[in-house]
Design a protein around this ligand. Structure first.
Ligand code: FE2
Ligand code: FE2
Length: 357
């Protein structure tokens, strides 16, 4: 307890922290610029992948990641208004995994906004999620910001409903990262129509934060770091002046700018994924503006995890506080055209990509 209080005080005073004390949580700070009193914070926890071994046995490392995130959020100062869970609470969508994950999340003394991930969906197609967590897509307003939650991990009905002999088989196929029998994610027509309708009542200047599990742009198809109808979703968001899209799924620090849309990915509490540019699989359509970040080390248990905070609408300042990597700040370039990791721009501070994959 004493150690946590010391750390919290340090954070408050210094506004920065060492990698050694960072937790796998993202803190998102929303400052509505010229509007005093409208600044608020929300926390972001994602990709816990709670995994049942058998009975009451679960993978301890993943449990620990989520538990630490929950503890950290409870000690945040200022206290966040709510917590967003970015998806993949469970590994194989089992009731036992959800229950165990919810048990840990219950320790949060805060409201939770849920975003569904593919690991939560493809066993029962969102049944448990809708009963116990939240609708699969919805929107809400908070202190002048319009939040939209999308279910971005849908796919073709044929693939979902007809191809597999059991729901477990379908879940296993979709849970694999590099699977030619998988299927690309989509938001799909019904939700795109809903999104259009939902945003029709929003002024073009209103800050909008879109929360999805998969990135709403196309990074790397073989790993499903990809949403197949991303361009159509982007087109719906395009008229709005201040749109940030926050997502999980990629388990890494990642940011991008496409037109007026700023994208930020968050770290997982379970494990990091390496950067896909080091792989030779095709097709790989990395958007031109994506800046590859320092690689996470998969051999360190907590590498590539951390937390950060995020400001808007004056550009974007997102502090990624990584656990076993150097902390970094991503901010808009002076011309406001794209996010830039100022630390990463210095070549001597980069960690060379690993070669053994
Ligand atoms: Fe995940
Ligand atoms: Fe995922």
């Amino acid at each position: 307890m004493k150690e946590r209080m010391t750390r919290r005080t340090f954070l408050k005073v210094a506004g920065a922290l060492t990698a050694a004390v960072a937790f796998p949580v993202s803190r998102v700070e929303v400052a509505l610029g010229q509007t005093p009193g409208q600044k608020f914070t929300f926390a972001y926890i994602s990709d816990s992948h709670i995994t049942q071994i058998k009975g009451t046995q679960f993978v301890r490392n993943f449990d620990n990641g989520l538990k630490k995130a929950v503890l950290e959020v409870n000690f945040m100062d200022p206290k966040p208004d709510f917590v967003i869970f970015g998806g993949d609470l469970a590994q194989l969508g089992k009731g036992e995994e959800f229950e165990h994950g919810l048990e840990m999340m219950k320790d949060l003394a805060l409201p939770i906004k849920w975003v569904i991930g593919e690991h939560d969906y493809y066993l029962d197609l969102g049944k448990y999620w809708q009963e116990k967590m939240a609708p699969l897509y919805y929107s809400f307003d908070h202190k002048g910001v319009h939040f939209v939650v999308l279910n971005s991990i849908l796919t073709d009905d044929d693939w979902t409903n007809k191809r597999w002999s059991t729901p477990e088989e379908r879940m296993l196929q979709m849970a694999r990262l590099d699977n030619p029998d998988g299927s690309p994610f989509m938001v799909k027509e019904e939700q795109r129509a809903w999104l259009k309708k939902d945003l029709a009542k929003i002024k073009l200047e209103t800050p909008i934060i879109v929360l999805s599990h998969s990135p709403l742009y196309k990074i790397f198809k073989p790993w499903n770091f990809w949403t197949d109808d991303a361009e159509q979703v982007q087109a719906i968001l395009k008229p709005y002046k201040n749109v940030k899209i926050l997502h999980g799924h990629v388990h890494q620090v990642l940011y991008n700018q496409i037109g007026n849309l700023t994208f930020n990915a968050f770290m997982a509490t379970a494990w990091p994924w390496p950067y896909v540019t080091t792989y030779s699989q095709l097709p790989n359509k990395m958007p031109a503006l994506t800046v590859p970040m320092n690689r996470a080390d998969p051999f360190k248990e907590r590498d590539g995890t951390g937390w950060g905070h995020f400001e808007l609408p004056i550009g974007i300042v997102h502090h990624y506080e990584l656990w076993e990597n150097p902390a970094r700040t991503v901010r808009k370039t002076p011309d406001m055209k794209q996010p830039e990791d100022t630390q990463y721009q210095s070549p001597e501070k980069r960690i060379s990509p690993q070669k053994h994959y």
